[in-house]
Write a protein that binds this ligand. Structure first.
Ligand code: AMP
Length: 425
């Protein structure tokens, strides 16, 4: 009995039609991010478990419940990366990038792994495009990264993407806020759901993030803005002013606290109303202490990650009709010797720089089939033109060019073929 294999729950195949969407998004991001001075970095998909525990904080949901953890044959404790920042920070430190670069701007594209409950827009393996900016504590860096992220969605035509920002203060002012928040949450304890009660003890800021109680708590909870010290307040005000001057529309949300421990000062989230319950497109913030805490130099940093699948979902909603792509020029042959010539021609046309430049694709190679079957294939591929080689054509140094749309055909010299294909007639 044969086993029917299927993609593992929470994972999916990216079939050619989807892959071309991935490529499109990647190309747009690559072109935009490079104009902002970001260079690509590729880090491993698995790292030591401890790296993620240290970077993300052991009380976060991702580290506690969602990581794919395993032991390799050398009994090393490893984890599939649930996000990109920890690995990029490790690489930044390991390769002493701060010594060779006055500042360092990196971006990555790759799959991430989280053992979450799968649902629409939430997978166990999903792709992120992220950017990290090391070595600039100034609000201009925050604004620069936000302008870049916002522009990406504008270029894509996802106009409804809504930007929310907040500041989490710093290690000087945040503890006073956290204490006030814990006092407040304890006063509400009996009304909180079980998960939220746990968060009060382990990671109180995250109670505001709670889907059930968060919105209700927001109105009554102390606002972190009242606790910012002068520097944090200044920093945030400048970020906001820079965004406004760059024409970036945003909303401040006191509830925005982000799920990971490493953030300080600016945090942000971009969401889209065209997505369902999982409406976050991208998220990020500043993490000034992380590089040092991970054993590196005292270098400030910030970054974001966007969800590729969700961004493509939002893109499909605003651009439902993909333009129909013209099929390839099809090469068919009848007989053994013509088949050998046809193969030569197929290769020659595929390697022609002029055709490549004009975006003309060439298909064929099914020469053992009857001509009718070959033409049927061309039809299914939506080819407009078919080149046919038979004994006579080979003898006379000619080909038959059949226009599949009009049903007409003519005999032309080999030398005329490429110019005719460039004319698509
Ligand atoms: P995070 O690293 O949790 O801040 O997530 C950044 C972005 O990645 C989110 O805004 C989503 O667009 C996307 N994302 C996070 N988790 C998932 C998931 N399980 N499946 C699909 N996309 C995700």
């Amino acid at each position: 009995m044969s086993t029917k294999f299927q993609a593992v729950r929470g994972t999916k195949d990216i079939l050619p039609a989807d892959a071309s969407q991935f490529q499109y998004l990647e190309a747009v991001a690559l072109s935009l991010f490079s104009r902002f001075g970001f260079e690509e970095i590729r880090t491993p998909t698995f790292e030591s478990l401890e790296l993620f525990q240290r970077a993300m904080g052991s009380t976060t949901d991702v580290v506690q419940k969602e990581m794919y953890v395993f032991e390799d044959r050398g009994e090393r404790k490893l984890a599939l990366r649930p996000e990109g920042t920890a690995g990029v920070v490790r690489a930044f430190i390991e390769h002493h990038l701060s010594q060779t670069h006055p500042f360092c701007k990196l971006f990555y594209i790759g799959p991430m792994f989280r053992a979450e409950r799968p649902q629409a827009g939430r997978y166990r393996e999903f792709w992120q495009i992220g950017a990290e900016y090391f070595g600039n504590a100034a609000p201009t860096a925050d604004a620069e990264v936000l302008v870049m992220l916002r522009t990406l969605y504008q270029v894509l035509g996802i106009k409804d993407a809504k930007l929310k920002i907040n500041s989490l203060g710093c290690s000087t002012c945040r503890p006073t806020y956290t204490k006030a928040l814990i006092d407040f949450l304890n006063s509400q304890r009996s009304e909180l759901d079980e998960d939220c009660q746990k968060r009060v003890d382990t990671n109180p800021l995250r109670a505001l993030d709670c889907k059930v109680d968060g919105p209700r708590l927001e109105a009554k909870a102390p606002d972190i803005a009242r606790f910012w010290d002068a520097e944090c307040k200044d920093h945030f005000e400048t970020v906001k002013a820079l965004l406004t001057s760059a024409g970036v529309v945003y909303e401040r949300s006191s509830r925005l606290v982000r799920g990971l421990d490493y953030y300080s000062r600016t945090v942000f989230e971009l969401s889209s109303s065209v997505l369902g319950a999982q409406n976050a497109l991208a998220a990020g913030g500043r993490y000034d202490r992380l590089v040092k805490e991970m054993g590196g130099p005292d270098i400030p940093a910030l970054g974001f990650a966007l969800g590729v699948e969700r961004t493509l979902q939002a893109l499909a909603a605003v651009r439902p009709q993909a333009p129909e792509v013209e099929g390839p020029v099809f090469v068919a042959a009848m007989g053994d010797q013509p088949a050998a010539e046809a193969f030569k021609l197929l290769t020659l046309l595929r390697l022609s720089p002029e055709l490549a430049k004009a975006g003309v694709r060439v298909e064929g190679g099914f020469f053992e089939k009857k001509l009718g079957a070959q033409l049927g294939m061309a039809d299914r591929l939506k080819s407009k033109l078919c080149i046919i080689l038979g004994e006579d054509e080979v003898k006379n140094g000619k080909v038959t060019l059949k226009n599949l749309g009009a049903g007409s055909q003519e005999s032309i010299l080999n030398a005329e073929l490429i110019p005719r294909l460039l004319n698509r007639s």
